[in-house]
Design a protein around this ligand. Structure first.
Ligand code: CU
Length: 135
């Protein structure tokens, strides 16, 4: 009978794991709000389910930004080539989002790792990039 409490604990741990997987940081919505400012790129979720995903990109900063989506195995912070990020694996972008403006970009994304960034001169180097996961 001494083993019974252990079994109960194991069962609760399993239940918590399942709950964590379901909750996750990946949104189940197909629209991901993204904020741009100096010099951040701030998606409302760290990922999205595979398929059609709409990025609703708002520039809350004071200077122009852009929004580039790369499908790459490399971490978002390791793409520096010269003064800007190498854009290998570019699957779509919004070339210009002016201060106060919101623009949408709908892409069909396969599962995998993505890097979201702004590649206007100096912006990537200043840290305007983030990892994004499609599952
Ligand atoms: Cu920028």
């Amino acid at each position: 009978m001494r083993k019974l409490p252990v079994l109960v604990v194991a069962a609760s741990v399993a239940a918590v794991s399942v709950g964590a997987l379901t909750a996750g940081a990946v949104t189940t919505k197909k629209t991901v709000a993204v904020g741009l400012n100096e010099f951040n790129i701030l998606p409302a979720a760290q990922g999205a389910p595979a398929g059609k995903v709409t990025f609703s990109v708002k520039n809350t900063g004071k200077v122009e930004h852009e929004f580039v989506v790369l499908k790459t195995a490399k971490p978002a912070g390791s793409l520096l080539k010269g003064a800007e990020a190498a854009e290998d694996g570019n699957v779509g972008e919004i070339g210009s989002v002016k201060p106060g403006e919101t623009k949408k970009l709908t892409l069909t994304l396969k599962a995998g790792h993505y890097s979201l960034l702004c590649n206007l001169p100096g912006h990537y180097k200043a840290g305007q990039f983030v990892d994004f996961y499609v599952r």
